[in-house]
Design a protein around this ligand. Structure first.
Ligand code: ZN
Length: 154
């Protein structure tokens, strides 16, 4: 059986940046299980796994365009400190969950503090980063019709 669309695939993976820092990975006792072809994982990794079989090891470098996207300058803004009412000590590197106008929640990160001017960045934390995946395919099975409907593995 080969990895293709509508297959539920289990992988062990390690994600590192170009300096070799580990950014993410599967838990050693439990693989990441996803539905192939449904955008559950980044496009570049999905492409690299297409056609692989159980036991295959894949090393792939994914550019931001096929990873978490490039950095969007429109998502970097300067706001007044008063926006953070109730936060005692605002520092570079802090992260918040912000409620947007349409009610969804987005992560924002403080990237600069100059007096009352706070620069916030709501790009994905891994936007603009080249992703290096080391992957081993652990399992492959056909998805159920419910999984295909839901666009994720159960
Ligand atoms: Zn579901």
């Amino acid at each position: 059986m080969l990895v293709s669309d509508k297959m539920v695939v289990g992988i062990h993976y390690t994600l590192t940046d170009t300096d070799g820092n580990v950014l993410d990975g599967s838990n050693q006792s439990e693989p990441l299980v996803y539905l192939h072809g449904a955008g559950n994982i980044v496009v570049g990794l999905e492409k690299a796994l297409m056609g692989k079989s159980v036991g295959d090891q894949v090393t792939v470098r994914v550019e931001p365009e096929e990873g978490y996207g490039t950095i969007d300058g429109k998502l970097i803004k300067t706001v007044d400190r008063s926006v953070f009412r109730g936060v005692e000590d605002i520092q570079v590197g802090m992260s918040f969950q912000a409620q947007t106008a349409d009610g969804s929640v987005e992560p924002i990160k403080i990237t600069a503090v100059e007096g009352d001017q706070i620069t916030i960045d709501s790009n994905h934390p891994l936007a603009g980063i080249v992703l290096n995946f080391e992957v081993e395919v652990i399992s492959i099975r056909e998805a159920t019709s419910i999984e295909i409907d839901h666009r994720h593995a159960h």
